[in-house]
Structures are given as C-alpha cells and as structure tokens.
Ligand binder design. Structure first.
Ligand SMILES: *Cc1c(COP(=O)(O)O)cnc(C)c1O
Length: 223
C-alpha cells in the first residue's frame, strides 16, 4: 500500500514550495476500488476520500463511517441535478459545481437544511468541448450568480487536458482563484500532484498511486 509514500511526497512538495505543513489535503480517490483496499487505507488512519459516483458512494460510506468514525468524503465526479439531494446528505465537499441548474438546486437544498457541503467550482481550463466545467471567460458571471443565490464557493477545481502538461492549467486556476478571493484549489492527481502543490493546490486528488490501478470492468455501478 502506497499511502505512506504519497504522504511523504506530498509533505516534501509542500515544504519545497515554502508552504506551511498541512496546507495541502490529500483526497484518496477510492472510486471503483475493491473494498479491502479502501479498508486498508482507513486502517492506516487516513480519513479523507474522494468518490465519482453518488450511488457507489452511498453504498459504501455509511457503513464505513459506522465502522471507522468520522470520514470526510468528497464528490469529485459529475453530479446530476436529480442526485443533488442524496449528494448533500452524503458528501462533505462537492468539487464539481459546473452549471447554473446545479447551483440553483444546491442553493435551495442549502436554504432548507441550513448547511451546505464545501463547494468548488469546476473550471474547464482547457476549454475542451467534451469536458464539464465553467469556461474561464464565464467564471466571473457564474460566481456572481452563485453569490446572488447565497452560495459561497470555497474554491476552484480543474482537470487539465490529458495530453497536456498540467502546469499551465494549475497556474491559470490559481490566478483565477486569487482574482476572485477564493482560497481553495482542487488540482493535481497521481501523475502531477507535486506540480499542483508547487502552484498552490490545497486539495490533491490521488487515486491509482495510492490504491493501484482501477479495474472498471468489475464495477457494475457507473452512476
Ligand atoms: C479518478 C479521478 C482522480 C484520481 O485519478 P488518479 O489518476 O487515479 O490519481 C482525480 N480527480 C478526478 C476528477 C477523478 O475523476
């Protein structure tokens, strides 16, 4: 199990960037992983996880929280509006606020509940047509709309284009967050989290480097 290695690399990158110890939260992305691997990481004391699918998370985390106590679970996958209610019950943070209809739904749920998960606005920094996220040019208007609904996003999130180095995207996201007074930066995955930390990531999302490769073939639940 590679949790210890990743934690050590994260700490080294944080220090190398001249940032405070603890400035970066490691989200262990457990989507599609066999339960025994997730339990092994919980047994080592890790308590922050990421999931991509509401139903998979709903099947897994209530039991694991009952066994292991408080665990922070972050939604990092696309969120359908009709699953928003389940999502706000389940997740401590949602990294994929990417459209006005979802903002509206989350705002009305937050109003009714009096609480809201921590929110990150997903930005499509590469302007890829197939990728979710608010386009950089649309971000100021989107944030203004959120604030008008009494939603207060904590930060920004991005998934750089697969074929490109992440660094320019991390730098762009950090600049946009600073421009808008947002402190959270969700960026960096198994292959590039050290670069993301150098550019100010506060949350890195690391899956395969901790748990090993994902085998989508054995997972019946993609929703
Ligand atoms: C799956 C996933 C990750 C983790 O990816 P790895 O390459 O396994 O570290 C991070 N972020 C998002 C949005 C993901 O969907």
């Amino acid at each position: 199990m590679a949790l210890h290695d990743i934690t050590a690399r994260m700490q080294a990158a944080t220090q190398a960037a001249g940032r405070a110890p603890g400035a970066v939260t490691l989200i262990a992305v457990s989507k599609v992983q066999p339960l025994d691997r997730v339990v092994a990481v919980l047994d080592q004391g890790h308590r922050v996880f990421g999931e991509n699918y509401v139903q998979e998370a709903a099947a897994k985390w209530p039991d694991l929280r009952a066994r292991f106590g408080a665990v922070s679970v972050h939604m990092i996958g696309p969120l359908q509006t009709n699953k928003a209610r389940l999502a706000v019950d389940l997740f401590d943070a949602i990294h994929t606020l990417d459209r006005a209809s979802l903002a509206q739904k989350l705002a009305s749920l937050a109003q009714a509940r009096g609480t809201c998960p921590q929110l990150f606005v997903q930005v499509n920094t590469g302007a890829e047509p197939q990728k979710a996220g608010v386009l950089p040019a649309d971000l100021p208007g989107f944030l203004a709309d959120c604030r008008a609904m009494d939603l207060a996003p904590h930060g920004l999130m991005c998934i750089p284009p697969e074929a490109e180095p992440g660094t320019p995207h991390f730098a762009m996201l950090a600049r946009m967050a600073a421009d808008h007074g947002l402190s959270g930066l969700s960026m960096g995955m198994s292959s590039d989290f050290e670069a993301a930390i150098a550019h100010g990531a506060t949350h890195i999302r690391v899956g395969s480097a901790i748990f090993g490769a994902r085998d989508y073939g054995t997972n019946p639940d993609k929703g």
